[in-house]
Design a protein around this ligand. Structure first.
Ligand code: DQA
Length: 148
């Protein structure tokens, strides 16, 4: 059986991790997080490809290309979480198992962060566990993929 393939997407400003509000988002850089994800993927025997962009359209292009090429998507959409209907539409159109991850507990923050337009089209959401959330998310996504 060929390995399951998961697309990891990081939205706007996540390239700044490590120096961006470390008291909120932690001290790990995006490279640190991608390394942890790859290590976990090796244990789970799945393939991962990670992509970060500050541009909504680039994320949407990747999501459109994911259909047929990946078995699931793990995404931290950054602030696009709260208002991007085009990102949500792309994720819906992809029709792939989807897990939404946030480093911070968005429900304990400003009101505008407490609503996600992505969550209704996700299989599930993990937030508030920092970088560990990506690893929990990968485990959860694989479970969803296997159940399909
Ligand atoms: C975030 C939460 C968002 O509200 C914020 O805009 C981000 C990061 C998180 O991982 O906690 O960029 O998605």
């Amino acid at each position: 059986m060929s390995k399951h393939k998961v697309l990891i997407l990081h939205g706007p400003n996540l390239n700044l991790l490590g120096r961006r509000e470390p008291e909120v988002y932690g001290k790990k850089t995006l490279a640190d997080i991608d390394r942890l994800i790859k290590e976990r993927a090796a244990v789970l025997e799945i393939q991962v490809a990670a992509f970060q962009s500050n541009y909504e359209g680039q994320l949407i292009d990747r999501i459109q290309d994911a259909r047929g090429n990946y078995d699931g998507i793990l995404i931290n959409p950054g602030a696009l979480t709260h208002y991007s209907y085009s990102l949500r539409d792309a994720l819906t159109a992809a029709g792939l198992p989807l897990v939404e991850v946030h480093l911070s507990n968005i429900f304990a923050r400003e009101e505008f962060r407490q609503h996600s337009v992505i969550s209704p089209v996700a299989s599930g959401v993990i937030c508030g566990f920092g970088a560990t959330g990506y690893l929990l998310g990968l485990d959860a996504l694989l479970a969803v993929i296997k159940e399909r």
